[in-house]
Ligand binder design. Structure first.
Ligand SMILES: C=C(O[C@@H]1C=C(C(=O)O)C=C[C@H]1O)C(=O)O
Length: 406
């Protein structure tokens, strides 16, 4: 376990970016500014005890920790006690940042298709081999000036199917502050008293501009054996992890549809009542993360395959963002549909679950669809997707996705 080196977190106003954490959950939106104390960093396995030790000390200020868990459960997390809590001001979305230069796909769409093919080859190859694997790719781009995470979050938050978020990320000495900014449709876990909820998603299809075709896409997703298979692994893993901790656990037998502005997903709303002693929301998040929705199954084999196959480190993408308070309540969302933003640099991430029967070209298309939330927030429109975010027009000088092989 190692503590934060002073200055590696964007915590003060010196650089024009006061510490900002934002989680726009409809029933309980949270905006946290400033930082009173950092939680000593560590892996997921020690999060519950670190959180407990933190709240055991008497401390001035809000009795809450906010922050992010990285994708790799063995890597250091980034949680801190903010100085102030407030309901977020209704942010005006404003203009997207202007981009300088092109978009660099890392890996390229073709290299990603190869990666998926290699991933498919290792599925089920031996007893310990993964049965599901989630493989991700990234798009790197630069804005003409430092990106304001708040503007991006406000633009992302116009979609009622997502929870927009901003979380500060650790950076190296002397580097500009970095943020994870995104719009998650997926609740990892929430806890209020003994009541818990999780809404895992897996199995996806890109939405269509034509209403009839959009409905047909949704219906065929509900009937897709491959997608139901992908989904089942996630629900089983979450239900198996929660069952020993709960006195009641309701797991619907079949998933239902969840819509964002750009994607359809299969989702299962799992609810339960915790037994005493009830683990905190942070402990529950650490227990569940990373689920087969972002990693695969079995977890260790999928994690090893991801680390061997993906050329770009995920960092905090596909981790979790959220808060936990001294009473143990909290909300944790899966950190997807996001970008790492540092100064004028952005790196977007998107991944897709691969099971027997997946096809590389389909996974390229699915990840391209998943990039759209963030690309649209950046003012990059795709003519194939309906303008459900209400912008109404495509500014002529804004880049279009047409012709870009994403
Ligand atoms: C990994 C991502 O999304 C996850 C994977 C999904 C899938 O494979 O169908 C669906 C929702 C998320 O759980 C992502 O958006 O980057």
């Amino acid at each position: 376990m190692r503590g934060w080196v002073m200055g590696e977190f964007p915590l003060s106003g010196d650089d024009g970016h006061p510490a900002l954490f934002l989680l726009q959950v409809p029933q309980r939106p949270l905006e946290a500014t400033g930082c009173l104390a950092r939680l000593p960093a560590g892996p997921a396995a020690t999060l519950a005890e670190r959180v407990k030790a933190f709240f055991a000390e008497s401390r001035p200020g809000p009795a809450v920790l906010v922050g992010a868990l990285p994708f790799d459960p063995h890597a250091d997390d980034a949680l801190y006690q903010p100085a102030r809590l407030a309901a977020p001001l209704p942010a005006s979305a404003g203009a997207p940042p202007a981009l300088a230069g092109g978009i660099v796909a890392e890996p390229s769409a073709d290299a990603y298709a190869d990666m998926v093919a290699r991933g498919l080859a290792c599925l089920g190859a031996g007893e310990d081999a993964p049965r599901k694997l989630v493989l991700a790719r990234s798009l790197a781009m630069r804005a003409t000036r430092a990106v304001d995470p708040r503007v991006l979050a406000a633009r992302l938050g116009r979609d009622p199917g997502v929870v927009a978020y901003v979380a500060p990320l650790p950076v190296g000495d002397g580097e500009a502050p970095a943020w994870l900014v995104g719009a998650s449709p997926e609740l990892l876990v929430s806890r209020r008293g003994l009541v818990i909820e999780s809404h895992p998603l897996a199995g996806s299809a890109r939405r269509c501009a034509d209403a009839g075709e959009d409905q047909r896409t949704a219906r065929s997703l509900l009937d897709s054996a491959k997608d139901l298979d992908e989904h089942r692994y996630v629900v089983e893993a979450i239900a198996d992890a929660l069952a020993p901790l709960c006195s009641t656990l309701d797991v619907p037998a079949r998933p239902s549809l969840h819509a964002t502005a750009t994607m359809w997903h299969l989702g299962t709303r799992i609810t339960g009542t915790l037994k005493h002693p009830a683990p905190s929301a942070a402990a529950l998040a650490a227990l569940l993360h990373p689920t087969p929705a972002v990693c695969g199954t079995p977890r260790a084999a999928a994690l090893a395959a991801i680390q061997a196959l993906e050329p770009v480190e995920r960092g905090f993408y596909a981790g979790a963002v959220g808060w936990t308070d001294a009473a143990g309540d909290g909300d944790w969302y899966v950190a997807i549909r996001c970008a790492r933003v540092q100064g004028a640099n952005l790196r977007l991430f998107a991944g897709a679950g691969i099971v027997a029967g997946s096809r590389p070209a389909d996974e390229v298309a699915e990840t391209a669809g998943k990039f759209l939330a963030m690309l649209n927030a950046l003012g990059i429109r795709d003519e194939g997707v309906s303008d459900t975010q209400g912008e109404g027009h495509v500014a002529a000088q804004r880049p279009s996705l047409q012709g870009l092989s994403l």
